[in-house]
Write a protein that binds this ligand. Structure first.
Ligand code: UD1
Ligand code: CA
Length: 461
């Protein structure tokens, strides 16, 4: 069996955060989720996550994942270190298993590299294989010390390394494949006599070597994959790399991203051919965008579906569905649960919530449409407010096909404007309007001739 052990119990001191380090997000998703996904995609038979520091929120987050959780005690008196963390999961390991150790703070590793590591480990009949890479600046990482013939001898932690060892550029990724039995036996022999008084998993390499068991290094060229996240700066670096990867995926799929450095697309987003995305867009997880769309300005699309040929400018869209050929924005806000038909225009400063808008309808300026069912070919004039809340309860209103709601009207819910109904500008509508009727609900205008002069106000300053 292939057993994945993901270490996530560390304190994450360098993050200076009240939250578990591995829950910090990269492109909208907690970094540990990427590691679990990579492990999953490299076909692990089971995945164990070792939790410790700030475990409550981590365990809560992991509820939705198919993983086994093991706890590492993290009080003052307990031991500490990556080997101690692995020991908490060791009862899940059989002698003949391949045990793949991953760090939850190394979120950029790909399933391809994990699979290749396992394959190399098996093919070379190694007892332990370390995934390594070369870094221009290896500071902070464990260094790979080789025997004269290039074989792996041991790993020395940055803090314990001599001046000469620090110059070595090949580093330990923190990702390994072990034979189950070799791991168990070598772990029993680790001590904590080092600068950090920690039980280092890396010590297993020297121990296995000294017993004449084969240990290997599997070096990958793409060093980005093993970027560890220990600080906010490294979090930002990892996020940049992930952003590039995601954007490249969409570029390769025929999406134009005008400025990939300034376009933020989260994982699991689908975008159709020939859609053009301008800088500043944020497209969050699970959104689907059609073909030939134009996404401009500081647009944020959250968990929404957009049809083909839409133009969206500087707009926030949350958990909503939009048909094809719509014009949205600038500065519109579609709050959750809106269903917008085809060829709809939602213009400047229009807010829509929990509403359906039919094909070819328009709300072009300054409106609030809340809890409404609006039909086809409806015109909602400038400044119309769907008054959906009486201070206690919310009510729905209906505006049927071809209706016309004049500017600056209030529709006090619940109210129905039937087909072809017209509402005169400035009306406050409290009763239903029947099919084809015009409703005027405002005081009649009164003009008083000469009033200004009579009041002596004619040339007032
Ligand atoms: C570790 C490696 C180092 C490697 C680097 C790669 C050791 C001793 N060092 O160093 O060789 O170059 O990763 O990123 O293994 N953890 C626990 N329990 C603990 C301690 C740590 O679960 O008691 C977890 C952390 O949450 C983290 C991972 O193990 O996910 C690595 O721990 P960290 O302290 O970040 O190790 P590094 O100093 O980065
Ligand atoms: Ca680390």
């Amino acid at each position: 069996m292939n057993i994945g052990i993901i270490l996530a119990a560390g304190e994450g001191k360098r993050m200076k955060s009240r939250h578990a380090k591995v829950l910090h997000k990269i492109c909208g998703k907690p970094m540990i989720s990427y590691v679990i996904e990579a492990a999953d995609n490299s076909r692990m038979d089971k995945i164990i996550v070792v939790v410790g520091h700030k475990k409550e929120e981590l365990v809560e987050y992991l509820k939705d994942f198919d993983v086994i959780i093991k706890e590492q005690p993290v009080d003052e008196k307990s031991s500490y270190g990556t080997a101690f963390a692995v020991s908490r999961a060791i009862d899940e390991v059989e002698d003949n298993d391949n045990v793949i150790v991953l760090c939850a703070d190394t979120p950029l590793v790909t399933s391809d590299s994990i699979s290749s590591l396992i394959e190399y480990h098996v093919n070379t009949k190694s007892y332990a294989t370390v995934l390594t890479t070369e870094l221009e600046d290896p500071t902070g990482y464990g260094r790979i010390i080789s025997k004269g013939n290039g074989d792996l001898l041991k790993i020395v932690e940055d803090k314990d390394a001599t001046f000469d060892e620090k110059k070595i550029k090949e580093i330990n990724s923190g990702i390994y494949c072990f034979n189950g039995r070799a791991l168990k036996e070598s772990m029993g022999k680790i001590d904590n006599k080092n600068k950090q008084n920690e039980y280092y998993l890396t010590d297993t390499i020297e121990i296995l070597n000294s017993e004449g068991l084969k240990v290997s290094a599997f070096k990958i060229n793409n060093s980005e994959e093993i970027s560890g996240v220990n600080s906010r700066e490294q979090l930002a670096t990892a996020a940049k790399i992930m952003q590039k990867r995601i954007n490249k995926f969409h570029l390769d799929n025929g999406v134009t991203i005008v400025d990939p450095d300034n376009t933020y697309i989260e994982p699991n987003v689908i975008i159709g051919y020939d859609t053009v995305i301008y800088p500043g867009a944020i497209i969050e997880t699970n959104s689907i965008i059609g073909q030939d769309c134009k996404i401009v300005g500081n647009t944020r699309i959250v968990n929404s579906v957009i049809g083909n040929g839409c133009e969206i400018e500087s707009t926030l869209i949350e958990s909503s569905t939009i048909g094809s050929d719509c014009h949205i924005g600038p500065y519109a806000h579609l709050r959750p649960n809106c269903k917008i038909g085809n060829n709809v225009k939602i213009g400047n400063f229009v807010e829509i919530k929990n509403s359906n808008i039919g094909d070819n309808s328009k709300a072009a300026h300054l409106s609030y449409v809340g809890d409404a069912d609006v039909g086809k070919n409806v015109n909602i004039g400038c400044g119309v407010v769907f008054v959906n809340y009486d201070g206690k309860n919310k009510f729905r209103s209906t505006v049927e096909d071809n209706a016309f709601i004049g500017s600056n009207s209030n529709l006090i819910a619940p109210v129905v404007i039937e087909k072809n109904g017209y509402v005169a500008a400035g009306s406050t509508i409290t009763d239903d309007v029947n099919e084809g009727d015009l409703s005027i609900a405002r005081a009649r205008q009164v003009n008083i001739p000469g009033w200004v002069e009579k009041k002596g106000l004619k040339n007032h300053k």
